[in-house]
Every structure is written in C-alpha cells, then in structure tokens.
Design a protein around this ligand. Structure first.
Ligand SMILES: Nc1ncnc2c1ncn2[C@@H]1O[C@H](COP(=O)(O)OP(=O)(O)OP(=O)(O)O)[C@@H](O)[C@H]1O
Length: 252
C-alpha cells in the first residue's frame, strides 16, 4: 500500500523548472535510494516528500491526506527529514539538540528518554559538546539522532553519509537499509556502489524527471544510468557485490 506519493508534481522557482511532471508512489516499508547527477532535482524531490517545499502544481500525499493539510508536529511524527545542510539557530549542546528533535515530534519515543537516544546513537562522549565544536561527521550523526528521536515510520535523508569516513558511512548505510525492512527509508545518495549493494529500489533522477525507477538488480545493467551520469560504466560483479567503475564518455 502506498504511504507517501507525488502525483504529477512540477516545481518552478525563479523561472526555472526544477521538477517536471514527477509521480512517485512509496510503500510503507522499503529501502529506496534516489540517485542522479548534480543539479538533477534529487534534493528538491526529497524536500517535497518531507513537506519542506511546496509544488507549483501537482499533489503530495501521506496516505489519503494532502501533506500540506498536516500540522508541523503531525508531520514530524510521521516523517523524519535529514536535510543536506543544517545549521541550528543557537549553538546548543548535543543533548539539547536531541531534546529539540524529540520535542519537535511531540516527545521521544514511548519508554525512551533523551539519554537513551544519545546512548543508542553512540553520542555519550559528545553529549556536552556544542554544535560549533563538532566535526562534520559528528554533526551528521547528531542530526540523524535528532530526527530518529521520535522514531518516525518514514525517514527521508539527503546524503547523510557525505561527510562520514568510510567505516561510519558503511555503518550508516547498513542502518538505513535495515530500517527499510519494517519502515520506509528514502535516501539521496551519490555513492552508487553502496546504493546498489544495500538498497532494494533505485530511483534515477535526471534533469528534473524520474528517468528510471527499478530494483537495484534491474537498474544495474540499464544504459539510462550511463546516459544520466554522462559516463560509460564498466559493470563488475565481485564476490562482495556489484561495482560500477566510470570509464570515459557514454556510448553515442
Ligand atoms: N530556489 C531555487 N531557485 C532556482 N533554482 C533552484 C532553486 N533551488 C534549486 N535550484 C536549482 O534546481 C536544480 C536542482 O537542485 P537540487 O538541489 O534539487 O539538485 P540535486 O539533484 O539535489 O543536486 P546535488 O546532487 O548537486 O545536490 C539545480 O540546478 C539548482 O541549482
């Protein structure tokens, strides 16, 4: 059953068309990666799904309800959104930031305190530190803890692993993909190998349109991938999974 959906959505800003006639139906569970070249419209699409941006035309629905009809707190309880860029208004401590995240959704998950959330995300040693004193990777982990403090049934994350070292990025991607087993997890990703290895479904965005929406197995061999990224991919099957190696210009 579809939980979150875009119906023929177009987004125009200052005369530019960012998304053109995009439709997407997302079920209640699943790990979905959104991939595509820079400027394709991935973040715009995710912001629409999160209710952080309004379409110029078309509709965004959560179940049967237009997303725009939900109060911010109802939305925050249902949809966790990890933006690509985040800067808090005040230079708060990690504990206060996680508390803020929990309060935004009406309180931490039943039976869990803010301290429990901090422990679950391995942030105990950082809890007194202020935002300005955190590294990029630490900030990314705190941001995720803020959003997951209410354990929303839907998580939308925009390149959450971009500033993480490889060990933390792998752990994060595994956590997000595992979340898709009993919830919906939609992640914008630039790391195609991790996307194809860990996610069930891949949505390929190019120039404001969804140009492919398929299982990772099906899309791996699809030439639309090469066309969208403007490269020729060499497909490698290894004992550890599939790898895409970019090698020059795409075939004409
Ligand atoms: N408010 C705005 N006004 C005009 N153009 C915008 C606005 N916001 C985004 N854009 C443009 O829309 C296009 C899509 O932006 P978006 O951030 O959705 O792309 P993206 O696929 O997430 O890119 P990246 O991989 O670089 O993060 C880009 O060309 C961007 O410059």
């Amino acid at each position: 059953m579809t939980t979150l959906a875009l119906h023929d959505v177009t987004v125009e800003r200052r005369g530019a068309r960012l998304l053109a006639g995009v439709s997407l139906a997302l079920p209640a569970t699943g790990a979905v990666a959104i991939v595509g070249p820079n400027g394709a419209g991935k973040s715009t699409l995710l912001r629409l799904l999160a209710g952080q941006a309004e379409p110029s035309s078309g509709m965004v629905r959560l179940g049967d309800t237009p997303l725009s009809a939900l109060r911010p707190r109802e939305r925050a309880r249902s949809i966790g959104y990890v933006p690509q860029h985040f800067a808090p208004h005040w230079n708060l401590s990690v504990t206060d930031l996680v508390r803020l995240g929990a309060e935004r959704g009406g309180g931490a998950v039943a039976g869990r305190s803010v301290a429990d959330v901090i422990a679950a995300h391995n942030l105990v040693t950082l809890c007194a530190r202020r935002w300005s004193a955190l590294s990029g990777g630490e900030r990314a982990r705190v941001l995720l803890a803020m959003v997951l403090a209410v354990d929303p049934p839907i998580l939308l994350a925009d390149e959450p692993g971009a500033s993480l070292d490889i060990r933390h990025r792998l752990a994060l991607v595994e956590t997000l993909a595992a979340r898709g087993r009993d919830r919906l997890c939609v992640v914008v990703m630039h790391d195609l190998d991790l996307a194809f290895r860990h996610f069930d479904r891949i949505v390929l965005v190019d120039r404001g349109r969804i140009v492919a929406d398929a299982t990772a197995d099906a899309l791996f061999e699809d030439p639309r991938l090469d066309a969208a990224f403007g490269v020729r991919f060499v497909r490698l099957a290894t004992e550890h999974g599939r790898l895409l190696q970019a090698a020059g210009a795409p075939p004409p």
